[in-house]
Structure formats: C-alpha cells, structure tokens
Ligand binder design. Structure first.
Ligand code: CAO
Length: 431
C-alpha cells in the first residue's frame, strides 16, 4: 500500500523549481532524508521524508515547478511503520471487523493527512533561506553556492561540526581543482567512440593487467597536467665503457654485474647536486617548490605485466658495486611481482633505459611529482672529429624530459651538458 508524499507548507512560495531529485524508485529511505531540492530566486530548500519506507514511484523531475500539496512520490512505509500500525488494525478487527477494511479501500485519505509534517507556522522568506534539516551535511545556501560553481558536494570533505560542509571547504576544493588543472573546460576530451573492430577482420580481446591500468592512469595524468619539454643530447662513454668492462672482470666471481645503469644513476645524482632545482617537487597547491636533500633514483623496469618503477635509495651514499647489486635485486623482484608499494615511493628522479633494446631517442613522460626523467637509448660506435681526424667513439643518446613549470629550457640544456661531461670522464662523479 503506497502513500502519496507531497510538498509540505512552504510559506508564500508557489511554482518553485525542482533542481534536484535526491532519491530514486526502489530506494529505502529514512525519515528526514532529503527527497528533492527546490530553488526559488532567493533560496534553496530540501524537502525531507516524513517517514521511513521504500520509494515506489517518483512523480517529479528536475525542472518541474511545485507548490505546497504537489505530489512528490509514492512511498511504501517500512516494516517499522507498518508494524506500529498493525496492532491498531488488529484491535479494530477484533472489535469492529467491517470498518477495519475501510483504510485499505481508501488509502489516500487518512495517510496523506498523517504524512504531511505538522503544518506549524508558515515560513517567511528569511526562514526559508535559512532552513536546514537534520541529517543534511550542508545548508541549503551552501548547496546553492556549490551548485553555482558546479561543485559535487559528495567530493568535498566537511570541516564543520560533525563533518558539515562549510563555505571555506567548497572554496578550498575549487582552488585545489583549479591548481590540478581539473575543471579546465578547454581540456575536456571527447570520449572515445565504441568501435566494433571485428567488422574489419578477426580480433582477440584481452583484459589489461592491474599494472597496465594503474600505469595508464598515472601516465595520462602526467601527460596532460605537466608541460613537458624533452632535451636531447649525447655522451661519449668510450672511456666509461672501458672502465666498466674492467670492473666487470674484477667482480665477475662475486655475482654482481656492473651495468651502465649504475654509472648513469651516479651521474644523475651528481647532476641533482649541481642543479638542486632538478631535485624538487611542486606542492599540491602549486605555490611552493619542495627542495629535497636526499637522492633516491627510480628505475623503469619492463616486466611481463607492465612497467614498474622501483626506487634505489640514497644513491649518493652507496658505491657503484652496491648500486649494481641492488639494481639486480630490485629488477628481479619486479619481474617476480614481489615489489611492495613502499619500494616504488620516494623517488627524486627516474631513469628509463631502453639501451639494452635499441632505438635512437625517445620522449619519456615525467614521473610526477618528480620534475625530471632521463631516457637512455642504445650507445653506438660513431666517427667523431677530434680536430685532426675522425676517431671511433662510443656515443650514448640521452633524452631528458622535464616539467617546464619548474625548469627552464636553458637549465635543461645545462643539465644534459653537465651529464655528458660527467659520463665522458667518470672521475667527475667523485667531485
Ligand atoms: N647502449 C648499449 N647497450 C646497452 C645499453 C645502452 N645504453 N644499456 C644496456 N646495454 C646492454 C647491456 O650492457 C647488456 O649487454 P650484455 O648482456 O652484453 O652485458 C644488455 O644491453 C642488456 O642490458 P639490460 O637491459 O638487461 O640491463 P640494464 O642494466 O641496461 O637495464 C633494466 C636494466 C631493468 C632497466 C632493463 O632491463 C629494463 O627493464 N629496461 C626497460 C625500461 C623501460 O621499459 N623503459 C621504458 C619506460 S617508458 O618511459
């Protein structure tokens, strides 16, 4: 048996617009829960449920105009309400069977009168503007303010009493959203159309791995929110490679493979020390630059499930051999899916090395909130003019992408020039 829930007495207001319908057919609701929001020229108010129950049918939609007495929805009262009505029914049945059926035959008459909130005093405009109901987490005026700004209050953390959302909460939310680039209408991207690729030939659909999905989200966010510039350069690593080979020979019995990557990590840390602005992050509000006094280096590792970036900590305090050993361990851990979230946090800079695979250059995406990433491609022997003749030298291509909000182009070029000089003469790493 459904009850008609109507708009109660709302003072002198008539033909007020419905701006939100806050429940749906099938919802279980409790007394005082907001059902709809109405908006006049001067205020917003929410109409609360007079009792618990299940919504059977909604009778209004956004844009409708309503007045006191307009039908909002049909409600099936909950067991509690029904149960409390039950004894009375039984009592009546015992004493006077025939009239007991009367309420069932005319469900609308008595219940409709009961379900209206007590008429009480009619509200004037001022009290309409101030009205708020128990259980609401924001005042009607605040809701109006949020709606004008297009803020979804469900995403706003309330700092008021009992978590109530106050004006400052909405203002901070908007500031943060603007700082993060959200809400920039110009960047709105049209959704991808759903395409049936099988119309052009055979296909197989495979689900993305969890790593693929997470990496995709991070990369997309960084790609659209960080203004990237990639500085290309080259380093002559002929002497470094000779030195590395001699070290390889020395350590071959100790089970540690001294890789070029270990040297690159040391060289990058020298760069961070020389150019402290590269070892920073912007704070969440985008108003302060956080300078880091530690030197942790992330390394992109290609695994069967996707890309992960474990971090080697305090590279400045470790020897080349220790770094090489740790690199071997973490890349194995990554491939065995044994990395913990903490193993991938706290990086200052990332190195993405595709040198073992090939390619000449690429544009890596900054691993935000870091501000710089070094991409390394395959080193090749090349003829280099030394002023008198061409000599064969091993040349390593470098691709340094950086966050242009933090790093200027001139500094980007200074950094790669410095890196090249350090890699050309490994003794500089000691300075
Ligand atoms: N130029 C020429 N040869 C290179 C080289 C370079 N820049 N870098 C490595 N090599 C050689 C190594 O010397 C090694 O040769 P040997 O087997 O003869 O000794 C071989 O290539 C394989 O090296 P490796 O790739 O196994 O080892 P690494 O230390 O260079 O790299 C790691 C380790 C974990 C970075 C790598 O395995 C990896 O996963 N790379 C992919 C990273 C990636 O996907 N990046 C893209 C991210 S998107 O921005």
């Amino acid at each position: 048996m459904s009850k008609e829930i109507v708009v109660p007495d709302i003072g002198d207001f008539t033909d007020v617009e419905v701006v939100e319908v806050l429940v749906s057919a099938g919802d279980t609701i409790v007394a005082e829960q907001s059902l709809i929001s109405l908006e006049s020229d001067k205020a917003v108010m929410e109409i609360p449920a007079p009792e618990d129950g299940i919504v059977k049918e909604i009778k209004v939609k956004v844009g409708d105009r309503v007045s006191a007495g307009s039908l909002i929805l049909l409600l099936e009262p909950s067991g509690k309400a029904a149960a409390s009505a039950e004894p009375a029914k039984k009592e009546t049945t015992q004493t006077k069977p025939a009239p007991a059926k009367a309420p069932a035959a005319k469900p609308a008459s008595v219940p409709e009168a009961q379900q209206r909130p007590a008429p009480a005093a009619r509200m004037d405009e001022a009290s309409f503007a101030k009205i708020s109901f128990s259980g609401a987490y924001a005042s009607p005026a605040l809701r109006k303010f949020a709606r004008e700004l297009g803020v979804d209050l469900r995403q706003v953390q309330g700092s008021g009493r009992k978590g109530r959302i106050v004006k400052e909460d909405v203002q901070s939310f908007v500031k943060r959203a603007l700082a993060q680039g959200a809400g920039m209408g110009g960047l709105a991207v049209a959704p991808m159309p759903a395409i049936d690729f099988s119309q052009w030939g055979e296909i197989v659909s495979k689900p993305l791995t969890k790593i693929n999905k997470l990496t995709g989200q991070f990369l997309h966010r960084n790609w659209v929110s960080v203004p990237h510039v990639t500085q290309f350069d080259e380093a002559d690593i002929t002497d470094l490679e000779d030195f590395r080979k001699s070290m390889l020979e020395e350590h071959k019995d100790k089970g540690v493979k001294i890789t070029l990557l270990a040297f690159l990590m040391k060289a990058v840390v020298s760069g961070l020390k020389e150019f402290p602005r590269f070892n920073t992050s912007l704070d969440a509000g985008g108003e302060n630059l956080i300078f880091k006094k530690y030197f942790n280096v992330g390394v992109a590792v290609d695994t069967a499930d996707g890309l992960v970036v474990p971090v080697v900590r305090e590279v400045d305090c470790k020897s080349l051999v220790d770094i090489a050993a740790e690199l071997g361990e973490i890349s194995q851990k990554a491939r065995d899916k044994k990395l913990k979230p903490a193993d991938m946090q706290g990086g200052c800079v990332t190195i993405s090395s595709l040198g073992g695979i090939g390619g000449t250059k690429f544009t890596p995406i900054v691993n935000s909130p870091e501000v710089v990433i070094l991409g390394v491609s395959r080193a090749k022997m090349q003829p280099v003019w030394n002023g008198k003749e061409f000599t064969p030298r091993l040349i390593l291509p470098l691709s340094l992408s950086y966050d242009h909000r933090v790093i200027d182009g001139a500094d980007g070029a200074r950094f790669t020039t410095f890196l090249s000089s350090v890699l050309a003469d490994a003794r500089r790493m000691l300075l």
